[in-house]
Design a protein around this ligand. Sequence first.
Ligand code: P1T
Length: 403
Amino acid sequence: MTPSDHSDPTDDATPADQPPAVPDHGFATRAIHAGQDPEPVTGAVTVPIFQTSTFAQPRVGEHTGYEYARTGNPTRTALETCLAALEGAERAVAFASGLAAEDAVFRLLEPGDHVLMADDVYGGTWRQIAQVHTRFGIEVSAVDLADLDAVRAALRPTTRLLWAETPSNPLLKILDLAALAELAHDHGAQLVADNTFATPALQQPLALGADVVVHSTTKYLGGHSDVVGGAVCTDEATAQRLAFLQNAVGAVPGPFDAWLTLRGVKTLEVRMARHSENAARVAAFLADHPAVTAVAYPGRTDHPGHELAARQMSAFGGMVSFRVAGGMAAAKRVAESTQLFFLAESLGGVESLIEHPGIMTHASVAGTALEVPADLLRLSVGIESVTDLLADLEAALAAGAAQ
Ligand code: P1T
């Protein structure tokens, strides 16, 4: 490879160059093969963990394609190639966490630029833009992106990004990505879609018109609650700017983290099918339970976004939120009474989790327009035997209501 400054991966010849994805293959094939050819020296069929910080160079100013592991690492390249292939993106850029990925996207903006954000997003996303990026001149406001008239009214001349999460965290609102992309583009803005809840197995935002997809790969993509990571999937030109930030700011995933994520991704399609199946059963059970006052699951016909979700997604995912009779105290008791559903933040792993968003994942939005109901609980429905999950919830709801 020709010389390049490892401080600038936007140069042509850099380790950030990725082999072409394999868009002609089916999703599950891409998940297992994209970026994952057998290793050329030994034939290892699994991408090795290149646990090295630097790479020997044949000559001063020449390198093999890799020179320093912040700038690029082959295990990370494999993950990025695979994620790009799954999202139908020209390129993906991996980060140390979902929030690091989002930070890089916000850093593409200039002071004075405005972000129109959905009014139901992960609490940490709102905290980051409202408490970090606004200090550097970025402006933000929140609106219900499901209400397209409200979106039109909230657009400002300086609006550069619409930021959508669908299904949203934690209320599981469904947003019309195609309509939002059109609105954004008519306005000279771009649409960012956080595809963490749906995953590319169920929803393809770029094909619907979104410009940028962000992920917390910590969740379903990793899939086993054993790694924190993030990624941005987008066009080549934007990805080059992000790869510059990846190197210049340095929030990179280590090779083992990239490898764990890549291993998780291989089974994404089958896991999402089972998550969706189990979540539908759990949502139906909760809807019939006397201690439950409301259930949010886009797969249910009474969900306001159901028809849109049925068009935009191939299945409805593994997340279910519900409200408990008896207010916050009862909700806390239920959350503390499950045995199989672990009381924990995060989501998307094979094991089921329960949490209280108001006190846990969304504590940072208390007192803002994004505040969530105090009697709300959120489930990440895992891939265990569903009858066991239903029995666990039955017992916890009985315990919660009993006091
Ligand atoms: O945790 P991290 O990998 O930095 O990702 C942040 C993030 C981004 N987007 C969405 C939709 C998310 O749900 C998250 C993280 N969410 C949790 C930790 C949670 O329990 O909701």
